[in-house]
Design a protein around this ligand. Structure first.
Ligand code: BG6
Ligand code: MG
Length: 217
């Protein structure tokens, strides 16, 4: 089999190590609201937009808030998150990412980014990857959050490729679903028991090479 024409990467948890920071910020809000919030609950927030995540935490606690209050909690969560990640540097790029992206570029595979995060431009700049991706589609440019396929379909469109020519890298259950719904192959980054709908799961990007991509199930 040949190589895909493009790889589309999720940001949080695939390119950069921000999963803990998101969790801590959500946990602070949940504690304040008296909502029990576990790492497993957090697993289902991965890939989901900021406002949808806040709504899910309120739903977990069966708490009703006005639209204005919801937006206020959402803004405060982001303030906490931004404070935690304010000292991000290129050292926060996850293992294997830079080498794998370079390998793809050297072999004519285009790289794009598809993230739900509205903080994407800030993060890419902080870690020095703001010029790396041929196309960046983030939470500021989509109407529907993952698991809706919009973010990945837009990525393929920007590159001028069909969905079937793109492979997505995702650490989130919602992101794997978004990729599959977009008609793309998906490589899960994380644990196989969690990302069981992915076509293949690797622990991180140092565990993958061009042959893996050529022989995706
Ligand atoms: C996703 C993260 O990439 O972006 C989620 O997995 C996060 O945890 C979502 O809630 C939105 O991010 P942000 O940076 O716009 O709050
Ligand atoms: Mg992610």
């Amino acid at each position: 089999m040949s190589l895909p024409k493009a790889c589309i990467f999720d940001l949080d948890g695939v390119i950069v190590d921000t999963v803990d920071a998101h969790y801590k910020a959500w946990k602070t809000m949940a504690d304040e609201l008296g909502v029990p919030f576990t790492m497993e609950d957090n697993e289902h927030l991965k890939g989901v937009s900021r406002v949808d995540s806040m709504s899910r935490i309120l739903a977990l606690g069966e708490i009703e808030k006005t639209e204005e209050e919801l937006m206020d909690y959402t803004r405060r969560k982001n303030d906490i998150y931004l404070e935690i990640i304010s000292k991000m540097t290129p050292d926060d790029i996850l293992v294997g990412v830079k080498d794998f992206i370079q390998l793809l570029i050297d072999n004519g595979v285009e790289v794009a980014l598809g993230s739900s995060s509205k903080n994407t431009p800030t993060i890419l700049k902080a870690v020095g990857l703001d010029k790396t991706f041929k196309a960046v589609v983030d939470g500021n440019q989509v109407t529907h959050s993952k698991p809706h396929p919009e973010v990945f379909l837009k990525g393929a469109e920007r590159l001028g490729f069909e969905p079937k020519d793109c492979v997505v890298f995702e650490d989130a259950i919602s992101g794997v679903e978004a990729a599959k719904r977009a008609g793309m192959k998906c490589i899960g980054v994380g644990e196989a028991e969690v990302l069981f709908d992915a076509d293949l799961v690797v622990p991180d990007l140092s565990n993958i090479n061009l042959d893996t991509l050529r022989h995706l199930p």
